[in-house]
Design a protein around this ligand. Structure first.
Ligand SMILES: CC(=O)SCCNC(=O)CCNC(=O)[C@H](O)C(C)(C)COP(=O)(O)OP(=O)(O)OC[C@H]1O[C@@H](n2cnc3c(N)ncnc32)[C@H](O)[C@@H]1OP(=O)(O)O
Ligand SMILES: O=C([O-])CC(=O)C(=O)O
Length: 372
């Protein structure tokens, strides 16, 4: 038996949800640039789950259903109030809350398509309330109910901050959600598919996926990018700081990718957003430092920014707490996780690869009282 470390290049399933071919990303055949430039996040969720873009009536019904399903059982927020929320990693809180949510869903164990779409809708809607409710409770405030007349991105910001957001903020968050919604067989999506391929339920699959996204080599990189920019502090410190990371053989967060070798097609959108938003907030240093980091890392190591790099300064410019960056990634990526779970159920086979054994040769068993 031979093995491929990290399953690099291994094709583990077929999928029609999204594709990366020659560094071009599409969702259900639609180019990511078109979706990022013209679509609402709700349209993209609908596309990923139904394989077609909605017409106006379908989109209106779907968007209303999302808002109508955003409420979360009080017990989940009460439990957040009961643990020491200020010290808790928000991704750990999200993972726990989503798992707990399954206890309140009477359809949780259904795997049929119709029930699956209802469960997916509830999860997609409620994850926005969980992340924003967590942030508010942590800040000593009560969670807020969504407004019927606001879309998904606007409601997220409204439930987070308690005031209706400006159009520029809604557009930026909407675009970021579109850009993060799916990405073929990334680690968290694969995790979700492995989990539900045992015919376990949606909530188990999504809980497992959140755990995988949390890691710094995957979704957890975005908040670490912001920590790095904070540490760097000023533009003229960039070269020395990054050089020290190289010298210590540390990974530069937000750079490199398993699949893209000529650049992540989502990064340019986030770079543009970072430039625009930081010029509006007046804090252009975050964009300027990011560009300087990119120039040095690309020049010296040939590594290019991935989706996590410029999303950091985008979310920072929207006034979002840095440790909520990865939970926001989950609020978007759950659209893709749900689509992949439905696709897995529709044509399921247990996912069970092999391991190449490298342990000791066959050993003679020695009874406990004869061992030295
Ligand atoms: C949404 C997302 O998940 S996007 C990815 C988010 N993660 C990050 O940004 C974390 C930083 N990046 C990385 O750790 C990696 O590039 C990954 C995890 C994204 C991809 O990992 P892999 O495909 O396994 O590549 P691997 O880690 O083996 O890197 C290959 C080589 O490039 C180097 N390299 C890759 N990324 C980086 C980086 N960000 N900084 C410094 N060196 C890097 C590695 O050290 C390795 O060098 P070597 O061959 O001399 O040992
Ligand atoms: O595809 C990957 O390996 C990681 C990634 O960019 C994503 O999940 O968006």
């Amino acid at each position: 038996m031979s093995n491929t470390r990290g399953l690099e290049g291994v094709v583990a399933t077929t999928s029609s949800v999204s594709s990366i071919i020659d560094d071009v990303l599409t969702y259900q055949g639609y180019h990511i640039d078109d979706l990022a430039n013209y679509s609402s996040f709700e349209e993209v969720i609908y596309l990923l789950w139904n394989g077609k873009l909605p017409n106006k009536t379908e989109l209106e019904t779907f968007s209303n259903d999302l808002v109508a399903n955003m409420s979360v059982p009080d017990e989940i927020f009460n439990d957040m109030k009961a643990y020491s929320i200020a010290d808790v990693n928000p991704m750990a809180a999200l993972r726990t809350a989503v798992s707990q949510l399954g206890l309140y869903d009477r359809e949780a164990d259904e795997v049929e398509e119709d029930a699956g779409k209802r469960i997916a809708l509830r999860l997609q809607a409620k994850i926005a309330s969980i992340v924003t409710g967590f942030a508010r409770i942590r800040g000593g405030k009560d969670p807020i109910q969504p407004k019927e007349d606001l879309g998904f991105a606007a409601n997220f910001l409204y439930m987070l901050n308690g005031e209706e957001p400006k159009d520029i903020a809604v557009d930026a968050l909407n675009k970021a959600l579109v850009l993060h919604a799916d990405h073929e067989l990334n680690a968290s999506t694969f995790t979700a598919r492995v989990c539900v391929a045992t015919l376990s339920d949606f909530y188990s699959g999504i809980t497992a996926a959140i755990g995988a996204l949390k890691g710094p080599l995957h979704g957890g990189a975005n908040e670490r990018v912001m920590a790095m920019l904070n540490d760097i502090g000023e533009l003229d410190q960039v070269d020395d700081y990054v050089q020290a990371l190289f010298d210590n053989k540390e990974k530069i967060m937000g750079f490199g990718h398993r699949v893209y070798k000529d650049g992540d097609p989502r990064a340019k959108h986030l770079r543009d957003m970072s430039r625009q938003l930081t010029s509006i907030t007046g804090e252009t240093k975050w964009y300027d430092m990011s560009v300087a980091v990119e120039e040095k890392v690309t020049r010296d190591k040939g590594l290019l920014p991935n989706v996590d790099f410029y999303s950091a300064s985008v979310y920072h410019s929207l006034g979002i707490d840095h440790d909520l960056f990865t939970p926001i990634f989950a609020v978007s990526r759950i659209a893709g996780w749900n689509a992949h779970i439905m696709e897995q159920y529709a044509d399921n086979r247990l996912i069970r690869p092999r391991a190449e054994y490298v342990g000791p040769d066959t050993q003679k068993y020695i009874p406990l009282d004869e061992r030295s």
